[in-house]
Design a protein around this ligand. Structure first.
Ligand code: FMN
Length: 455
């Protein structure tokens, strides 16, 4: 029996969270729930063979077969990379012109269909790793400037980045995002979300920590966010808003680091996103330098969402652009409260929906008042990240039908302390494996295969 956050959901929750959201370019999400982007690391990883590198696998389709039966309003893919040599992690899905093949197109077409089966909108999150590309993948990645990330993430370091020239900003970034957006449109997705948060390339431009440029892409807020606005316009030239194709953005409401983006910067930038016509903006925060997926103050602990106080400040900027807030939501009460107080229109969910892929469905039916309360260390994001990826790998082992229409079939229950203890041992083994492989220069996906049931 899983353990949940103990609370009672208000009767009004089903109707409120079940409300449709209308986007400026015309489409509707069937309710307020957003499946946040969660990197799967389950695509083909073969850097020597661009034709197959980053092709989504049957495992990914199985994962989304579960979420596609979970009654989300909008489902984002995990970060899909637009440059084959700038990954967030080995095993990322990718869309890039050098990798164009019928097999890749077929996989993306099936992916979109799988997501949409119970009415969710299917949106690809497009990203470029920039300086946050692991060193085992690229020792000299591109970035806005040459500021190296002096940290290890998933037990790996990062190379000193090379600043993009103005010409390369067009050919290596804007053109690649446009190519991938057109691809998503042609394969049946309802839209794309540009990943402008968490310290990846677009955030390396918007953040003064990593943007030391003195040209038209650095300095003022308008210059730092120029690349995002140029990508938006270049995509819209190819796919006008009249098609209904959504363009969204994930952006940081705040970065808790030296010279990081402040909430006042975020307010200014969001004014431009509203003005240019983004369909939706998902508010998040933090970077690899200073992760922010935990409570920094007790006041936010009470209201759950990590970036709530920043969302409240930013929200009045948006009139047409739909706002989602992601990070920390665990009880229906907190979700309802965030919508009622006007901090957000949509509710983004990450870790709770790898533990329970149909959480929105259960909330909308009124059968649960909260997410599963895991027994993982809440102050250690790395552990919960690995746990979520483990659950995704388990979701990927069988289709919805093979799992006898039980989306939670074979998932580890991390609300059970004994399971968490055993997982701790699996993490230790995995760290050792990663280190040994990295010392040989070999990159491996950070996916721990851990128990679960095969059918
Ligand atoms: C396993 C895992 C993978 C993630 N991958 C991505 C990603 O690909 N893109 C992204 O924007 N955020 C990613 N995130 C961040 C989530 O989208 C979300 O912002 C974060 O987990 C906070 O939400 P939560 O508290 O509901 O989990 C990831 C988080 C986890 C746990």
């Amino acid at each position: 029996m899983v353990r949940r956050f103990s609370t009672t959901a208000p009767e009004s929750a089903k109707a409120l969270l079940g409300e449709r959201l209308k986007f400026p370019s015309g489409k509707y999400a069937q309710n307020r729930f957003l499946k946040a982007a969660l990197t799967e690391m389950l695509s083909v990883f073969d850097p020597s063979n661009p034709k197959v590198n980053g092709v989504p696998t049957q495992e990914i389709l199985n994962v989304y077969d579960k979420w596609g039966n979970g009654k989300f309003g909008l489902i984002l893919t995990g970060n899909v990379q637009v440059s084959p040599v700038h990954l967030e992690a080995p095993g990322n899905a990718m869309i890039f012109k050098e990798g164009e093949t019928p097999a890749r197109r077929e996989a993306y077409t099936k992916w979109a269909q799988t997501i949409k089966q119970d009415g969710a909108l299917a949106v690809v999150q497009l990203s470029h790793g920039g300086r946050q590309t692991p060193i085992t993948v690229n020792t000299t990645p591109f970035s806005a400037s040459d500021v190296k990330l002096e940290k290890e993430v998933r037990f790996l370091g990062f190379g000193k980045p090379i600043p993009l020239t103005v010409e390369q900003i067009k050919t290596e970034v804007i053109d690649r995002f446009v190519y991938a957006a057109k691809y998503a449109y042609e394969t049946g997705f309802d839209g794309v979300q540009l990943h402008g948060a968490h310290g990846y390339l677009l955030a390396q431009f918007t953040s003064p920590t990593t943007n030391k440029r003195t040209d038209q892409y650095g300095g003022s807020i308008a210059n730092r966010q120029r690349i995002i606005l140029e990508i938006y316009e270049a995509i819209r030239k190819e796919i006008p808003a009249s098609t209904g194709f959504l363009i969204g953005l994930k952006t940081n409401s705040v970065e808790f680091q030296s010279e990081g983006t402040t909430v006042d910067d975020a307010i200014e930038m969001c004014k431009a996103y509203e003005k240019i016509g983004f369909d939706f903006v998902e508010l998040s925060g933090g970077t690899y330098e200073q992760l922010a997926f935990q409570h920094i103050r007790d006041s936010t602990r009470q209201r759950e969402a990590f970036f709530l106080e920043f969302a409240e400040k930013i929200r009045p900027v948006f009139k047409n652009t739909v706002v989602y807030l992601t990070g920390g939501f665990r009880t229906v009460n907190a979700m309802v409260d965030a919508v009622k107080t006007g901090a957000t229109q949509g509710i983004g969910l990450g870790r709770p929906i790898t533990a329970e892929p149909d959480l929105p469905k259960k909330i909308l039916e009124g059968s649960v008042p909260s997410a599963i309360h895991d027994a993982l260390d809440q102050n250690n994001f790395a552990v919960s990240l690995l746990a979520s990826n483990t659950q995704m790998e388990q979701m990927g082992r069988n289709s919805f039908k093979e799992a006898k229409q039980d989306v939670s079939y074979g998932l580890s229950d991390f609300s059970d302390e004994e399971t968490v203890k055993r997982f701790g041992k699996a993490i230790e083994d995995f760290i050792e494996l990663t280190r040994v492989q990295a010392s040989k220069g070999v990159a491996i996906p950070a996916v721990i295969t851990f128990e679960g049931v095969k059918v």
